[in-house]
Design a protein around this ligand. Structure first.
Ligand SMILES: *Cc1c(COP(=O)(O)O)cnc(C)c1O
Length: 432
């Protein structure tokens, strides 16, 4: 019945997460409240890591895409599980370094890394920078020459696979702000150019084909396409790139309509496809990297709210207003994302109600979801929205000057604060 193995129902008919009563957590820490189960995060990290060992002889590294949920404790946990991290800004880089992540296990992304961010990344010694465009490559080379450093880079490639559609198509992806196109020869050109730069170590190629993907085939195809590029460059220049980063995008369960694939299956499928492609093309098996974000933290997290007003509009719908909304979870207003919600204090009851959960911001689109099936809701109930671990806290805002919620982690029936609730004082901290 649940979208996450971290969730259960106790003898009081209350939702539990990581063995903690969600209603008690709401009382103890207040709402809105992000709750993340540490055990689930660790389990997801291990699934990926073990799969690289089992299906790919350990010849790879898993990077946690920190943009999914970026704070010190999450990065410490991921780091202690042996994963590296992806960062896409100076702020994410700073957080990862402060969390103790070794710089060589960091991968720097972004389609417009500023000069200052590039200097920061290079001076910190990040293991890899994923190059997005030619001016950026030349800037990296110039910074490295000035500092007497050599930087390993990967190239972000548009493999021409659109995995956002269900029947993915092989064209039409040239129109993306990220990376170098294959079809136009742009990808080949930039790699040949990089091979002439003395301060650049050409590590390999990268792609990221989308997000919340529930199929194996796009990943297989992406791996084969990138292997083809490695073989092309080898044939043209004699230089064989050793690394391939296949990005993230592995889907998770938001509602019962999602049918995610076990994470380790991705590595198994990609491993098989790569072995065949590399054999055929006469190149060595590359060192493989993956960058899961959502699938590490997504189902590990829930958000707890308290129900305020309830409004019945006869023949239209029933609005249930909560004490959070688009500030802590902007995914409905951004993408009309679908979530599962339940009344945490009646978790085992049948979902007999159908309600539209509304946030408290001054926007009609500020909803958690429309016409969501849920237990019968009353004022004062604790509502839990599930699968909010990814892209909720990290996308949160202070719109309407609403302080960000606290984040609590659970582990084996214990809970602790990992991000403090913002105060009104925090809101004006930088105002002059
Ligand atoms: C967003 C992103 C990821 C993570 O994607 P998920 O869908 O959260 O797994 C990985 N790599 C890159 C380059 C990204 O932009």
């Amino acid at each position: 019945m649940f979208v996450s193995e971290a969730l259960n129902i106790n003898e009081k008919n209350h939702l539990t997460i990581g063995g903690c009563d969600a209603v008690e957590l709401a009382k103890q820490y207040g709402t809105p409240l992000y709750v993340v189960d540490e055990t689930a995060v660790r389990r997801h990290c291990r699934t990926y890591k073990d799969a690289i060992d089992k299906f790919y002889g350990g010849n790879g590294l898993v990077f946690y895409a920190s943009k999914a949920m970026c704070n010190l404790e999450t990065l410490r946990i991921v780091c202690s599980e042996g994963l590296g991290a992806d960062v896409v800004s100076g702020g994410e880089l700073y957080t990862a370094l402060k969390a103790g992540m070794p710089a060589e296990k960091l991968c720097m992304h972004g389609n417009n890394k500023t000069y200052e961010e590039l200097v920061y990344a290079i001076e910190s010694g990040v293991g890899r920078i994923v190059v997005d465009n030619k001016p950026e490559l030349d800037t990296i080379d110039a910074i490295c020459r000035e500092k007497g450093k050599k930087q390993k880079v990967l190239f972000r490639i548009k493999p021409g696979i659109d995995a956002h559609t269900h029947s993915f198509i092989m064209t039409g992806q040239i129109d993306s702000k990220f990376g170098f196109a294959l079809e136009t020869g742009e990808a080949h050109d930039i790699i040949r150019h990089a091979l002439t730069l003395s301060s650049i170590e050409v590590g390999g190629v990268h792609c990221h084909i989308g997000s919340q993907i529930h199929e194996l085939e796009p990943f297989r195809q992406a791996a084969v396409v990138l292997a083809g590029l490695i073989a092309d460059i080898k044939a043209e220049t004699g230089y064989e790139m050793k690394e391939m980063n296949l990005g993230g995008g592995y889907g998770v369960m938001y509602t019962e309509d999602d049918d995610p694939i076990e994470f380790d299956k991705y590595i198994e499928a990609v491993g098989e496809a790569l072995r065949a492609a590399c054999d055929e093309k006469g190149i060595a098996l590359p060192f493989v990297m993956m960058e899961p974000g959502r699938s590490i933290v997504g189902t590990a997290g829930i958000t707890l709210y308290t129900v305020g007003g309830i409004k019945d509009i006869p023949g239209v719908r029933r609005y249930v207003s909560i004490d959070g909304g688009m500030c802590d979870n902007p995914r409905y207003i951004l993408y009309e994302s679908v979530y599962k919600a339940l009344v945490a204090n009646k978790a085992g009851d049948a979902a007999v109600d159908k309600v539209t959960i509304a946030g408290k911001c001054c926007e009609s689109g500020d909803l958690i979801g429309k016409d969501m099936p849920i237990q019968s809701v009353e004022v004062g109930d604790t509502v839990a929205v599930l699968t909010t671990g990814a892209y909720n806290y990290s996308m949160s805002s202070n719109y309407n000057r609403i302080p960000r919620p606290a984040m609590v982690m659970t582990k084996d029936g214990e809970s602790r604060i990992v991000v403090k609730r913002e105060t009104y004082e925090d809101l004006i901290r930088n105002d002059i």
